[in-house]
Design a protein around this ligand. Structure first.
Ligand code: UT7
Length: 327
């Protein structure tokens, strides 16, 4: 019998129904469709309903992943939710997902590394099943960023969107094998942060009036570091995985900005047709962006059995990480 190794046996995703075009954002800020399209690649994005929460989207994505994996939810023994926009500080969003599945006694953990959250969570899931501590782990990236976006800041509100993606991880016989992962962080508060709501700046009338419970971003600084880290990660992942950049069939980067992605991939030597980008339709959904793009590419046949797939995240922290997978 072939040796077992940690692998992904199903992926799924969910994006809300409501389409928000670039022109729709003109009701909040002085902007225009051409600026947003040419600077970011975004044409439209999705926003959740007022009564639709991060855990609802996480649950919808996970149910699809479980169906694809042909696994009953009762088999799950760990739920990891990567999110920067949790339902509550606690109970964590993973607990809400457990409740939604009607389960009890499952380990529930939120991972709060913003846009790199899904790759962090996938690395953790790999270690959990490889060590034998757990058998079947749900890995979800889910966001309701529209709830923490500053709609008075035209430099950031044009990017963010809502959605969720999920993967089911277990020991497999060479199915969706997670070959290697690495994660890390650089500290840069000024680049990207939600300043208020934690103990450094508890909620007050002033924090609300100053919009400090929403995302504050220095776009330029984040852009430059993102390009550099994406190039470094692509090279490191291939070296550690024992393959060449030219062996990569598919690269799924965090959908931060089309220019960040293409500039990094051109420098790394990854042909553009191997890069999965859905930012034009989906926008930047932080930790959900990689698993949504992953699921879409599996669903429409761009990802094929045996493909080498590289997932790369980068965002708040600034945090970064990658997973190299053989599908
Ligand atoms: O996923 C989390 C990680 N985040 C990222 O990776 C974001 C990375 N950064 C970016 O994607 C880009 O920096 C942005 C898309 C956010 C901004 O693009 P940029 O080319 O860096 O623009 P900028 O901030 O340097 O602004 C250039 C000009 C400014 O006008 P002046 O001062 O040159 O007259 C801005 O005021 O564009 C203006 N501007 C806008 N104009 C129309 C900024 N935002 C807008 C807007 N509509 N929405």
């Amino acid at each position: 019998m072939q040796n077992l190794s940690p692998g992904i046996i199903g992926v799924g995703s969910y994006i809300p129904e409501r389409v928000v075009t670039n022109d729709d954002l003109k009701q909040f800020v002085d902007t225009n469709d051409e600026w947003i399209r040419t600077r970011t690649g975004i044409r439209e994005r999705r926003f959740a309903r007022a009564d639709e929460y991060t855990s609802d989207m996480a649950l919808a994505a996970l149910k699809k992943a479980l169906a694809r994996a042909e696994i009953d939810a009762k088999k799950l023994d760990y739920i990891l939710v990567a999110t920067a926009s949790p339902d509550n500080t606690f109970p964590n969003t993973a607990c809400w997902v457990q409740k939604g599945l009607g389960l009890e006694g499952v380990a529930c953990l939120d991972v709060s590394t913003a846009c790199s959250g899904f790759v962090y969570a996938l690395q953790l899931a790999t270690a959990l099943v490889a060590s034998g501590q757990n058998k079947c782990v749900a890995v979800i990236g889910a966001e309701k960023l529209s709830a923490i976006t500053n709609f008075q800041d035209r430099g950031s509100c044009i990017l963010f969107a809502d959605g969720a993606g999920a993967a089911v991880v277990t020991m497999t016989q060479g199915r969706g094998t997670i070959i290697c992962s690495n994660t890390g962080a650089l500290f840069d508060y000024d680049a990207l942060a939600v300043p208020a709501g934690g103990c450094r700046l508890p909620a007050s009338r002033e924090t609300v009036e100053k919009n400090q419970h929403t995302i504050a971003m220095n776009g330029r600084a984040t852009y430059q570091t993102a390009v550099r880290k994406f190039v470094e990660m692509a090279n490191e992942a291939c070296t550690r995985g024992g393959i060449k950049i030219s062996d990569l069939n598919i690269v799924i980067p965090h959908q931060a900005n089309e220019h960040i992605v293409y500039s990094a991939m051109d420098r790394a030597g990854v042909p553009r047709e191997r890069v999965i980008l859905n930012i034009d339709r989906v926008g930047n959904t932080s930790s959900a962006s990689i698993p949504i793009a992953f699921d879409e590419a599996v669903g429409d046949g761009r990802i094929k059995r045996g493909d080498y797939i590289l997932l790369m995240g980068f965002g708040g922290g600034l945090s970064w990480g990658y997973n190299l997978i053989k599908w």
